[in-house]
Design a protein around this ligand. Sequence first.
Ligand code: ADP
Ligand code: MG
Length: 592
Amino acid sequence: MSAPSDNMPIAVSAPRTRPLLLRHLPYFIGAAVLVALAATMQFDGYILNILMEATTFAIAVFGLSVVLGLCGQINLAQAAFFGLGAYAVGIGTSDYHLSYWFCIAGGCILALLAGALLGMSTLRLGGHYLAMVTISFQQIVTLVMINTIWLTHGPDGVSNIGRPDLFTSAQSYLAFCVAMLALVGYAVWHLSDTRLGRAMRAVRDNELAAGVVGIDVFRTKVSAFALSAVLGGLAGGLFAGGFAYVSPDQFSFAESVVFLTMSLLGGVASPIGSAIGTGLLILIPEWLRFLKSVPGLYLAIYGLSVILIIRYMPDGIWGFVNLATARWRAKARVHAAGLALLLKPATIGGNIVLEVKGLAKYFGGLKAVDDVDIEVRRGGVHALIGPNGSGKTTTLNVLSGLYKATAGRVILDGTDVTDMPPHQRAAAGLGRTFQNIRLFRSMTALENVVIGAERPGNTLLGNGGDALTERAMSALTFVGLGVRANELISSFSYGHQRLIEIARALAANPTLLLLDEPAAGLNSSEKMELHELLKRIAAQGLTILIIDHDMTLVSEAAQHITVLNFGRRIADGESMAVLRHPDVVSAYLGTD
Ligand code: ADP
Ligand code: MG
């Protein structure tokens, strides 16, 4: 894709003055029509059952579109949460004659707590291990359903489940479920554009980067699990009322896999995909019913069609449609270039912004960083240099909290941040970029920078709904990429991706900016642009600690240099003096 020319006009986006609910009136009218149809069409019992199943299942699958689609965390226990809600309504209304509303609320809370608990296991586990933990949870719930006979009636299941007085007929209850589906769908659809939704997407795309831009990764994952679980519980409660009978086999591991397949088939990234996948997976077996006379054939065709769809549409059916229309939508949305970027680093007034004392980081026996002191003065550019493997990146990783220091203290603008996790350091004013670029790759340039702008404690963020976009556009325009704001990261060159990473850090208005080899991989003209950009940043008084190999850039841009070799500080001081220091010369050029 070619870069747009500089004089391309930038249209101003229409001011969003109409309230959210009014803008989405068509959605609610559509939903109301569906509810009215569900309430009035005279379905026979068979169709009614299919619709009831599809409606309640879709709500559970929405849960997966939150935890897996938005947040990227595998959950193979959705049927267990579904079961918790179903049994709460089942046992509560049938055995204890409690109110339906009370029971379904209780089921949701139960699922929420269990989901949050399961989410907490993500603190130490990810990937395959997390999958195993969710499967174990699923099995435990199934075992309890089967074996706690005094409570659950065991394999016999619970019958005579009640419905709310308002919706006693099957038809009116279906209409109620469709209304719930529409409400939940609306909420899930809009979740991705909220602070929490953006945090989830950032965690999914790049956990490390999410942390250093100020997102509490652990809390975000726990929230995703809890939300997903509560939707599972709600769906289960509705399901129990719909069918008036539940038994353990309806909530087994196999059912969790069905939920997962539904979400992957339709497209896990969006609730629309969830609805499509659920509908299809319930309908395909009905369409293929006529094949049931030939043993095996039905299952073979069913399985094959699911495999084919997932093979050729890896992002699901809705993901496929979305991709096909992405170009067109990027053109349709244009944002104002934004005001000139203002940087107003917070200050306590002291002369030293960053004080590193006796910092050490050992990897087993390897002393990657050993007893290093650094003092970064306010408002200047400070360079950290040294041969490959001398511990520069490791130092930065300890500074931003990605590694825990083996020893030493880190004081940022008067605050001791040594024991803080990355997101708290970001909130305290630390911004950074990575040697190997870490952007949120499924998002546009603008979305990446918006997440930066959203950093807790960003004092320059204006009020109003568009403040985030405005701040992000200012930062993107500052690095020269404002006109390409809506393009996906993959369409940018390496050099431009580095600039987007810098814009993401600048949008947060940090007190101190850490840059890890920003010039690596750039051609000479890009390096000149970068150099000019650094000057413009420094001109606004933002303090920069930069790692770079390019001695020309370092000697021109930095007033102060610290040199590392084999993890130890071998020189420190005013630039010219340091570069002439015999130890530095020999570290770079060899002793001869
Ligand atoms: P630089 O950025 O100066 O090139 P690094 O800080 O990346 O160097 O690496 C310093 C040393 O620490 C190297 O020997 C490297 O192999 C080692 N190292 C860096 N990260 C890790 C890690 N996560 N585990 C083990 N060793 C590491
Ligand atoms: Mg490095």
